[in-house]
Ligand binder design. Structure first.
Ligand code: 5AD
Ligand code: SF4
Length: 434
């Protein structure tokens, strides 16, 4: 009988892809199969995120539960960003943990599995040319890493300390992987990196041709049978005109752009070391919308960064009103170890922070409701990817609206024109018209 793997994945899309690589290695080399039943698992893995404090605090209580519920002899491993930053402290605090595997050491999963109390968390380890085995959670959409690590020094962010310096994966390997995914039936690829439009700055070997992100997109879009290209996350600082033009004019690139604003105040942006001002951000949005009016724009916002005054927060509100984002991910600032901002004074009162977050989220919902009313009766091409429990199938439009319609398996992996009949905050309902 095959051994069973239970894996829980927290955090970003990068972590989801790391989990797919872990599953692939354990399937191919160790004969594991995944299970959603913790109690029957021979190996329990948690792929952690450390970007904010809360999930880290939760880790140890969750590990305690895993340890209580696991079947006798089952192993527990901690992977991902928290593994990178806490290292052997995890085993000190939870001695029943069998191994710790950092976010940049995924390729060593089968090694640590057989060593008792192994801790592999080297953030300088270079996996950029490692040939991972193939495993995909969805046959319709393929997540593909294009770089590892991050070279930015945003003062709030722990990621450079958990995923190390930025190294681009050679374009030939990315194109091969995309081609393989398309050969296996995927019509959409989703390119992943901490900072995708900085692609090509550094490769592990100096022999690689210096292809930039715009050129990578051009090359990928030549793959026959590939219909859609998405990517995350681009950095507003690197959104040059050439990139925006390619985005707007290349028909295979989905018209959905994530533009992490973080703050609308140029002063706060400077303290965050984001490398752009409010004016630059607004200028990029204007350029993007001028060249690509149908684009949907999502963002990340941090409220109550140290030193953020009421006037600074008003600047963020002003950008919200001017841009009218299609989606926002908003957070209260959370001080992180090994970051510059953890030492900043002028901490914002937690009550004020909560008020700002609620205000921002309420404003977003109000702006979104106004905007989404206009969607009624519009027709979008939907790529169906998911079977819902209630006789519906769902998928996304090119500009990233989640749309469901009555239907079954035969729609999965297919494109249909769908007319919106009902508005929802996160999911629209529609009927197929062609
Ligand atoms: N506190 C709050 N939010 C953070 N993010 C990153 N670091 C922190 C932090 N210390 C947010 C940013 C980033 C998203 C992935 O998480 O908005 O874009
Ligand atoms: Fe992803 Fe950042 Fe969380 Fe690591 S810390 S899992 S890179 S969001």
């Amino acid at each position: 009988m095959s051994k069973k793997l239970f894996i829980e994945t927290l955090g970003c899309a990068m972590n989801s892809r790391d989990s797919e690589h872990i599953i692939a290695a354990l399937k191919e080399k160790e004969g594991y199969e995944t299970t959603s039943n913790l109690k029957e698992a021979d190996l329990i893995l948690i792929n952690t995120c450390s970007v904010r404090e809360k999930p880290v605090a939760k880790l140890f209580s969750e590990l305690g539960v895993f340890n209580k519920k696991k079947k006798e002899g089952a192993k527990i491993g901690v992977c991902g960003c928290t593994a990178s930053h806490l290292g052997d402290e995890i085993i000190k605090r939870a001695p029943y943990v069998n191994f710790v595997l950092g976010a940049r050491n995924v390729s060593k999963i089968t090694e640590v599995l057989h060593k008792n109390k192994a801790v592999e968390v080297d953030i300088n380890y270079d996996e950029s040319e490692f040939a991972f085995d193939d495993f995909r959670t969805s046959p319709y959409k393929a997540y593909i890493n294009i770089s590892i690590g991050c070279d930015k020094q945003c003062t709030f962010c722990i990621v450079p300390k958990t995923r190390g310096d930025e190294i681009s994966i050679p374009d030939a390997l990315i194109i091969q992987e995309a081609q393989r995914a398309v050969d296996n039936g995927a019509k959409e690829i989703f390119l992943l990196g901490q900072n995708v439009n900085n692609y090509g700055r550094r490769f592990s070997s100096s022999e690689h041709e210096k292809v930039n992100f715009t050129e990578l997109l051009r090359r990928l879009s030549k793959i026959e049978g590939l219909k859609r290209i998405r990517f995350t996350s681009p950095h507003p600082f690197h959104m040059d005109d050439e990139f925006i033009k390619e985005f707007a004019t290349n028909p295979k690139i989905c018209k959905s752009m994530h533009m992490p604003l973080q703050s609308g105040s140029s002063k706060v942006l400077k303290d965050m070391k984001r490398g752009y001002t409010k004016e630059w951000f607004l200028n990029r949005v204007e350029k993007l919308r001028a060249m690509c009016p149908e684009v949907s724009i999502s963002t990340d916002i941090i409220v109550a960064f140290p030193g953020e005054s009421d006037a600074d927060f008003e600047e963020t509100i002003d950008v919200m009103k001017q841009v009218r984002f299609d989606q926002i991910f908003s957070f209260k600032y959370s001080p992180r170890p090994e970051t510059q901002a953890q030492h900043f004074s002028d901490v914002v009162d937690p009550e004020v922070a909560s008020e700002r977050l609620s205000y921002l989220q309420a404003l977003y919902t109000q702006l979104l409701d106004e905007k989404s009313q206009k969607q009624l009766g519009k027709v979008y091409k939907v790529y169906f990817e998911e079977l819902n429990a209630d006789g519906y199938v769902s998928g996304r439009s090119d500009n990233n609206l989640v749309i469901k319609t009555k239907g079954s398996e035969e729609l999965l992996g297919e494109f249909r024109d769908v007319k919106i009949t009902k508005i929802g905050r996160t999911i629209y309902t529609g009927e197929i018209v062609a």
